[in-house]
Design a protein around this ligand. Structure first.
Ligand SMILES: C[S@@+](CC[C@H](N)C(=O)[O-])C[C@H]1O[C@@H](n2cnc3c(N)ncnc32)[C@H](O)[C@@H]1O
Length: 268
């Protein structure tokens, strides 16, 4: 992870070195957008409540698992602490959906439903399906959706079966957040399975692209896929775009300018 971070950091450029208007706008309007939306409040409260829950539930691990805990029973508070995306990343998911206004959203890996609801509330009109393989976790996610009146369908089961069901139901994928089964071959397989359902406006967000060497290898291959015309590496997320009017394949490794202060446009 540290090795990957160092490589990322050395490559990364700030908005002052980005010449693509599309990527510059994405940086300014989404990635560096500091606005706080009223929709964040109930999700913040719910996360805080889950972090206090000491009840234990059975966890069925169908993916690459947790580095910190491989027990079959886990406290809800522990799942909330280690498995769900941090608040600032969830806020970015909300902003990505708000910015791109997809009409269909697919999430692979609901966990407790927190990231799902950030995605949903970014554009509540979108039809959204979230996939989760661990039955007791899926049950909690459903309860959380009900609590905040989020109209999200959960399909329970292994991605190897449920992904196709979701693709058939949604018929097209405008935005997908792939956040489960962090291993190279499954990630590549899911990506290729989703691709035929994508269009030029589709946005595919991969979580934890440097979680392991395998995930880093998967990300390299995803970037090289001929359907991908633009990719953005934010270290925690990798985002790919398929627009055909980006005639030459481009890859950007981006960082917010406060983390590379010497790249603020004064020195070229
Ligand atoms: C990292 S968590 C998702 C976190 C969630 N997106 C968030 O940010 O709040 C990954 C989830 O994917 C589920 N998962 C992993 N591999 C799976 C598979 N092959 N089929 C179904 N679910 C799987 C796990 O049970 C886990 O709840």
């Amino acid at each position: 992870m540290i090795k990957h971070f160092l490589k990322y950091y050395l490559r990364a450029v700030t908005k002052y070195r980005v010449h693509s208007p599309f990527v510059y706008n994405l940086l300014v309007n989404v990635i560096e957008d500091k606005r706080y939306y009223y929709a964040f409040d109930p999700l913040k409260t719910l996360r805080a409540r889950l972090l206090q829950k000491n009840e234990r539930i059975e966890v069925l691990d169908l993916g690459a698992g947790s580095r910190k805990n491989s027990e079959k029973e886990r406290k809800i508070s522990e799942i909330a602490k280690t498995s769900i995306s941090p608040e600032w990343q969830c806020q970015m998911l909300f902003k990505l959906v708000d910015y791109f206004k997809p009409s269909t959203v697919l999430e692979m890996g609901s966990s407790l439903g927190i990231s799902s609801m950030y995605l949903h509330f970014g554009n509540p009109k979108a039809k959204m399906i979230s996939l989760e393989g661990s039955p007791e976790i899926a049950k909690l996610a459903r309860e959380n959706f009900k609590l905040l009146s989020a109209d999200i369908e959960i399909i329970e089961g292994n991605f190897s079966e449920t992904l196709q069901v979701a693709l058939d139901k949604l018929q097209k994928i405008d935005l997908a957040f792939i956040d489960g089964h962090h291993a190279e071959l499954p990630t590549l397989k899911y990506f290729e399975q989703i691709l035929p359902y994508c269009n030029e406006e589709s946005v595919l967000i991969f979580d934890d692209i440097y979680w392991s060497d395998e995930m880093a290898a998967a990300w390299e291959k995803i970037k090289l896929n001929s359907a991908v015309t633009l990719s953005v590496d934010l270290f925690y997320f990798g985002i790919v775009f398929l627009k055909k009017d980006f005639k030459e394949k481009q890859h950007f490794t981006l960082i917010s300018y406060p983390y590379k202060l010497w790249q603020i446009g004064l020195f070229k």
